[in-house]
Design a protein around this ligand. Structure first.
Ligand code: ADP
Ligand code: MG
Length: 622
């Protein structure tokens, strides 16, 4: 905080430290596709300025003619035409400029959402979503006015300023010099004040951003906040940020007031100086009174190009900060090998459902994509999250096609990470993962993910209806397929209780669903994908014993149709698996069946023992 006494020390990095200043070239690049409209707009605004600029000349002529008794009809007519023409030009230009800036911002936003939705997972890990969203909403808005209005105002301001000076020079060079001296003094002060305004604006924006992040955190965890009685703390933190933005805003307001004051005062000072000097010239007969009046009008006219220059420069400054943040998004790595069809990027709306798909036979869940289910292999897979120590260290195992493998291991062993690698959310640093004998690194991500259905740990319900949630996986799924998936996951009982059935909306975070229901919804979604490979990450963690058993049977039935990898904490889910892989600190510790591991592996025995214990406590002796 520079100028507010008693303000606490600045504890947040200010926006102009954090935000990269974009280049002017990059700003121009955004405007370039619209250069015709911008050029036309510049011509229109110059014409409007010129129409204003020649008015004092006509005023001079009217005065001269009045003095000599000539008819003033012509200059007055010309003045009227100029007035009306100037107004029309200004209106047309305002429309043109606004339309162009809306087009600039539309293009920027289209590009940004296209990139943000395709960002690679490691890029997403590094940034809070709120910050990325602000680039589409707030930053693009700043850019909008900079790339059109800011540019035109600056150029027009500069040209009109020079044009006005030229007109003044034709009237009296000496008076022009006097005017310029007064303006130069003010310009000097401005060079000190303007950067301070810019910094204050940047600080204010960053503080407002901090309010947003704080609220994002608070509203995203309302139950935890309330349960811990933390409303007071959260409110104070957010209010502190509001206070910061207020103080920064005040600093900016103070300097802006100085600019406004100086702007007005400078023109008035120049006016008085010119009036004094010019008055002496007129008294001595060195200058016509009409020329002096015309000159004085030009002095007043100067205020408009000066205001344009100051305003345009301000917009450009803000735009440069914004374009820097937008450029950053363009430098972030995106997945360029996913389905390019825009339809695939948007959630399917509740539109018409295509006719009944292939009716699955009794007891059938998903079918194979095509051909027999593929084997899944890990060969010497090593991986570390950026800047972290290794999470997987030489993991190798093979899951034969159409079989079921369970991954077990303590929390943090790297199980979920392995699933992430299998879908190319991240790339292994060494080794390879193969599906059906093909290294997935050589396949487009879209292709890899098409073969896989993934039920993530704590799978969210998507905002929308139950039907939206199911069709998300398979937009063409027919009613019969949906019903089948619901039966298989025992969601049909839930459905029967809902008045609106499949068209019941579930909240953004699935508030309307219990954890177990949400999990079963995610499984139903996965079934509808008819995957070759099914990845279940602790998909039964929140299911009660009966539902878990049903799911176990379902998965066992699937095994002939797809290859299943499941991460499980419950012994009951694991014992049936064809193969169990025990992970410890990112290494494969043992591979075997429940029976062989009970004999050979201490960690597995421990795992099994603790599970049996809790099973006995939970469900009584078996
Ligand atoms: P598991 O599923 O076996 O419990 P994970 O694969 O989720 O374990 O995590 C393994 C390790 O990697 C943990 O130490 C975890 O903190 C770390 N980790 C997980 N996800 C990320 C991430 N996106 N960025 C950095 N570290 C991560
Ligand atoms: Mg996990």
């Amino acid at each position: 905080m520079t100028a507010s006494p008693g303000a606490p020390a600045e504890h947040r990095p200010s926006a102009d430290e954090g935000a990269p200043a974009g280049s002017f070239g990059s700003l121009l690049r955004r405007a370039r596709p619209y250069w015709r409209a911008l050029a036309l707009s510049l011509v229109l605004s110059l014409l409007a300025s010129v129409s204003g600029l020649v008015q004092p000349k006509f005023a001079q002529e009217i005065l001269d003619r009045l003095a000599t008794g000539e008819s003033v009809a012509r200059p007055i007519g010309a003045l009227a035409v100029l007035l009306v023409g100037g107004a029309l030009l200004t209106g047309a230009n305002a429309w043109l400029q606004q339309r162009t800036s809306e087009r600039v911002v539309r293009q920027v936003r289209r590009d940004l959402v296209g990139r943000l939705i395709r960002l690679r997972v490691p890029e997403l890990d590094r940034r809070p979503p709120g910050d990325l969203i602000a680039r589409v909403t707030a930053d693009s808005t700043l850019l909008k006015s900079a790339a059109t209005e800011g540019l035109i105002m600056s150029v027009n301001g500069a040209l009109t300023f020079v044009g006005t000076l030229v007109m003044m020079a034709t009237l009296h060079a000496g008076l022009l010099l006097a005017t310029l001296l007064v303006l130069a003094l003010v310009g000097l002060v401005m060079t000190v004040v303007l950067p301070r305004i810019r910094r204050a604006v940047a600080r204010e924006q960053s503080a407002v951003g901090a309010v947003g992040s704080l609220l994002d955190r608070t509203l995203g965890a309302t139950r935890t906040v309330k349960a811990n009685g933390a409303e007071g703390r959260e409110t104070r933190a957010a209010r502190d940020a509001v206070e910061d933005s207020y103080r920064a805003g005040l600093v900016g307001a103070r300097y802006s007031a100085v600019v406004t004051m100086l702007g007005g005062a400078s023109i008035q000072t120049a006016f008085l100086v010119v009036l004094g000097l010019g008055g002496m010239l007129v008294a001595n007969g060195d200058m016509d009174a009409s020329a002096l009046i015309a000159f004085l009008l030009y002095v007043f006219f100067l205020s408009s190009p000066v205001a344009s220059l100051v305003g345009g420069a301000g917009m450009l400054q803000q735009g440069l900060g914004a374009v820097g943040r937008i450029d950053e998004v363009e430098e972030m790595a995106v997945e360029d090998d996913i389905d390019p069809a825009p339809a695939a990027l948007s959630a399917p709306g509740p539109g018409p459902v295509p006719g009944p798909g292939p009716v699955p036979g009794p007891g059938s869940g998903p079918g194979p994509g095509s051909g027999p289910p593929p084997a899944v292999e890990a060969a010497g897979v090593e991986f570390a999250y950026p800047g972290r120590s290794p999470v997987l260290r030489g993991v190798s195992f093979t899951v034969p096609g159409g079989t079921q493998t369970a991954l077990v291991g303590l929390s943090g062993a790297g199980k979920t990470t392995l699933f992430s690698l299998l879908q190319r959310f991240y790339e292994p640093t060494a080794g390879s993962l193969r599906i059906g004998g093909q290294d997935i690194a050589s396949l487009p991500r879209a292709e890899v993910r098409r073969r896989i259905a993934y039920v993530e740990q704590d799978a969210p319900a998507l905002a929308g209806t139950l039907r939206d949630n199911l069709l998300y996986a398979a937009p063409d799924a027919g009613e019969e397929e949906i019903a089948e998936a619901l039966r298989a996951t025992r969601l049909d009982a839930l459905l029967a209780r809902l008045d609106r059935g499949l068209d019941t909306p579930v909240g953004a975070r699935g508030v309307a669903l219990s954890g177990g229901e949400r999990q079963r919804l995610a499984i139903a979604r996965a079934l509808l994908r008819r995957p070759q490979v099914l990845l279940l990450d602790e998909a039964t963690a929140q299911l009660d014993a009966r539902n878990e058993q049903a799911l176990g049977e379902l998965v066992a039935g699937l095994s002939r149709r797809c290859t299943v990898l499941l991460i499980a904490h419950r012994l009951s889910t694991v014992v049936e698996a064809d193969q169990i892989v025990v992970l410890e600190h990112g290494r494969v510790r043992a591979v075997g069946t429940h029976g062989s591991l009970m004999d050979d592996d201490g960690l597995y025995r421990e795992f099994a023992a603790s599970q049996l214990l809790s099973a006995e406590q939970g469900a009584g002796p078996r």
